[in-house]
Design a protein around this ligand. Structure first.
Ligand code: ADP
Length: 593
């Protein structure tokens, strides 16, 4: 029951209770007065009857009964005259001769003892409830008899119930009339409390305070203003909280590490995009489900469970088979503490270190390769020089041959160092290389000029097919020279004497296409992708004989990528190879003047 209901129920109870009590008291009072009044009237009638009784007792006359009956009819009162011994002289309603002795009737007995008797009882003679009053009759100081008057109670009861009905109807009307104002009053008193309750509920739902009776006087107004202030404070905190939560979510989703948060029951509460990838699970499906249902990776579940159980951080490295290859993940599980200091959940951080590990391996291999590549010419150089030093009497021609060999090794070292520097530059240049508009024909032509003598030394037929008008590319002159130089150098090297080599430059869609083709030894299909790796040579011994470092093509690839282009190869063993490099044109749509 609401407050209004309760207040009104109390009011109604009070009103009905009071009305009932008043009604009862009035009813009692009226009944008492009525009985008193009837008693008085019976007494008065008895007193009026006394003279008639005296005379009749001395000389009983036959008409007495009729006279009494006539009086009875007029007054509605039963009249009885009784002798001192209790025998009935006359009665207005019965034949006196047939009536029994009345000596022991309560009213008669009382009248004898006290001078007046009253009784309310059932009449054996007339078989009706009656009220009797009796007065003694004195003659010369001695008791001579009694006069008795009686009224049937039904007439008294009729009056009583009439009055009672009036009293109770009045009371009921008054009570009902009081209930409506009581209800209105109760509503008025409880109204502000109800408004406040609604406002508090609306605040609780996060809909803000509405219809607050801010101007109400007294405590209600003060409470309303306090509620309004509380709501303002709450809104500010909610805004701060939600913006912090959004920030946190953005940080989470932007992180490269996978983050999985679980609650005390190991149910997932957060899962960011990186974790989705690592665990191959979807955040939407994972939320609210136990971690061991979300991922099959036992190590992750075990680490999270242990962090929860022991309340201490766990670190481990795990390997998982990804879609393409095995991945290495650094895993850390940290317990979360709740406000009461107990463990309320755990966070698992998954750091995919596969690429890091791969780069470390690449770096190690590279250092090993470089050391190996350098060690060979250095050892040879040392051996040659030592031979000369050990034999002072060596004939000059022999000495010269050794010195020539020493020079060759020194040149190899120089070539190696030059290529290493070029590679380092090409690799670090990605995204940084200064690309300017230039005519692609110039660096290609310069390369052709520089290497023509070498090609002729191997009696190759070198043809150049350059466009008649400038071909504007967005590139760097030196990078283009190195690309063309390495490709042409390879073509000369890997083509047996008297081969034919062709260098072609042309526009190809949005790109400038540089094509270097030869009819040399060609490359096996299985080697075609690997030749772009550092230090990769198809035939190691042969490569060294030709003075190759194994770095040329990886320099070409890195430079092509740095210029926003690409390199590809098409080759058939024994028939020759075609290397193609595409570099973006400066303004693809506008023809270059
Ligand atoms: P290198 O300094 O040994 O020439 P590159 O990186 O330039 O190193 O080339 C890698 C390997 O690719 C070479 O060792 C060679 O086996 C092969 N190769 C490159 N160009 C050609 C070509 N035009 N014809 C045949 N094989 C080639």
């Amino acid at each position: 029951m609401g407050l209004l209901g309760r207040v009104w129920a109390v009011c109604a109870f009070l009103i009905l209770g009071t009305a009932g009590a008043v009604g009862w008291l009035v009813d009692r009072r009226i009944e008492r007065d009525l009985l008193d009044e009837i008693e008085q009237s019976l007494r008065a009638r008895a007193a009026l009857l006394a003279p008639l009784a005296w005379s009749s007792m001395e000389t009983p006359d036959a008409g007495l009964h009729e006279r009494l009956t006539a009086l009875d009819r007029e007054t509605g009162t039963r009249l009885t005259i009784v002798r001192e011994d209790g025998s009935v002289v006359a009665d207005s309603r019965e034949d006196a001769a047939l009536m029994e002795n009345h000596r022991d009737r309560p009213e008669i007995a009382q009248a004898r003892d006290e001078g007046f008797g009253i009784s309310l009882r059932h009449s054996r003679t007339v078989r009706e409830r009656m009220m009797y009053a009796a007065l003694p009759l004195w003659r010369d100081g001695a008791l001579a008899g009694f006069v008795r008057t009686a009224l049937p109670l039904h007439s008294i009861d009729a009056r009583r119930s009439h009055i009672r009905r009036a009293v109770w109807t009045g009371t009921a009307f008054a009570a009902l009339a009081a209930l409506l104002p009581a209800f209105l009053l109760a509503r008025r008193v409880t109204g502000p409390a109800r408004t406040m309750t609604r406002a508090a509920q609306s605040i609780a739902r996060g809909e803000g305070a509405r219809d607050l009776p801010l101007d109400a006087p007294g405590e209600i107004g003060a409470l309303a203003r306090a509620l309004r202030d509380m709501d303002g404070e709450l809104q500010t905190r909610m805004r701060t909280l939600s913006s912090e939560r959004n920030q946190l979510r953005d940080v989470f989703s932007g992180m490269t590490e996978g983050i999985v948060a679980i609650d005390r029951d190991e149910k997932v509460t957060h899962l960011n995009a990186a974790a989705e990838r690592s665990l191959q699970a979807s955040a939407a499906e994972a939320k609210g489900r136990p971690l061991w249902e979300v991922t099959r990776l036992r190590e992750v579940c075990d680490a999270a469970a242990r962090a929860l159980r022991d309340g201490a951080p766990i670190a481990a490295q795990i390997r998982i088979s990804g879609p393409s290859r095995e991945r290495t993940i650094d895993l850390r599980a940290v317990p979360l503490r709740g406000a009461d200091g107990t463990t309320s959940g755990a966070v698992v951080v998954l750091d995919d270190v596969t690429e890091l590990r791969r780069l470390e391996t690449v770096r190690r291999d590279f250092v090993a390769n470089v050391s190996h590549e350098i060690k060979t010419p250095v050892t040879a150089l040392r051996g040659t020089v030592e031979t000369i030093l050990d034999d002072p009497a060596m004939p000059p021609e022999r000495q010269r041959r050794f010195l020539e060999r020493a020079k060759e090794q020194a040149l190899r070292l120089t070539a190696l160092v030059t290529d290493l520097l070029a590679l380092a530059r090409a690799e670090s240049a990605t995204g940084e290389i200064a690309r300017v508009p230039l005519d692609a024909r110039s660096p290609v032509q310069e390369t052709l000029d520089a290497l023509r003598a070498e090609a002729e030394g191997k009696r190759h037929a070198l043809t150049a097919d350059l466009p008649p008008s400038p071909l504007a590319v967005l590139a760097e002159g030196e990078a283009l020279r190195q690309i063309a130089g390495n490709l042409l150098d390879n073509a000369i090297k890997y083509t047996p004497e008297g081969g034919s080599i062709r260098v072609r430059l042309a526009a190809d869609g949005n790109h400038a296409l540089l094509e270097v083709s030869d009819n040399g030894i060609g490359i096996e299909p299985r080697d075609q992708e690997r030749i772009f790796e550092r230090f990769y040579r198809v035939d190691k011994s042969r490569g060294r004989d030709t003075g190759g470092t194994g770095l040329g093509l990886s320099i070409v690839r890195h430079l092509a990528l740095a210029l926003g282009g690409e390199v590809s190869v098409e080759s058939a063993p024994g028939r020759g190879s075609v290397f193609r490099v595409r570099i973006p044109l400066e303004a693809p749509s506008a023809p270059v003047p």
